[in-house]
Design a protein. Sequence first.
Length: 331
Amino acid sequence: MAIMMHLPGARRCRVPDTRSRFSPMPSAAAPDPPPDPSSDPSPDLSSDLSSDPRLNPRPDPHLGPQFGPQINPQLNPPLNPPLNPPLNPQLNPQLDPQLDPQLGPQLSLPPVLRAGNWFAALPPDMQAALARIAVPRRLREGERLFARGDAPDGIYGVAEGAVRIGAVSARGKESLLAIVEPPQWFGEIALFDGQPRTHDAAAEGPALLLHLAQAPLLALLQAHPPWWRAFALLLTQKLRTTFLVMEESASLPAAGRLARRLVIIAEGYGEYKDRSRRIVNVPQEQLALMLALSRQTVNQILKQFEAEGAIVLSRGGIEILDIAKLRGMAK
């Protein structure tokens, strides 16, 4: 079909009709309606999450305990550690023999301290209570434990080695009060009066101590007032020894004083019951300091004791052969 068009000043021509060859222009499309939730074919994520064992914290009986962070008592322990695990006794050394054996190896009071006269005479419940608050402490040779004038920090028991108790005057002169060895306890004076330390204390060699700190010990004694008597007995035992030393200094000659001091050390300052040590590991220099004698005088007297068969001298120590004979020399 052709359309006749007439243009002014132009010849008539035919223009072919091309409307049937092209598609009509589409009209503006209307916006899509909102999706209908009831007819939405997309999957429900909440239902998928509830069934996905990797994201679902609920236990799955078909899932191995080594997979996934399930909250399940059968879960592999390294993946789900307990919130309150038992304390490792090696990191928290509670010295209590009644600890649960399932917690691993426990520390306890060394047998040498349990065998001492003072501790062995304590009631069992008091022994257990002191063991719970006891803390082991190791000292290197020459390491200071406390100095004269320091605030009180409790009492100590010697389990291994020895502790030197003494002081140095303003002029630099040293006085040696005692060498404390197992199974002795010391430091109880400040427990009663709360006053500063009266002497210096340092390790004579590598030493292992048991420390009963001041605050927990006072709290324990406040809860159990009758237990104060045990510490009073410990103090009076030291007081008796001090009176004997004062007496020997005033009335005995040098040989008698030395014999008396060797007997006291061999008997552990009263801590050994019906027995005594055979070896006294106290150098002659220290004996001289204890008795305010010269080392030459001490050496001469010891050689005299050796000649009479009471002792045998060795390097750095004295072997006691006849303690009864030494007691006789101390009179």
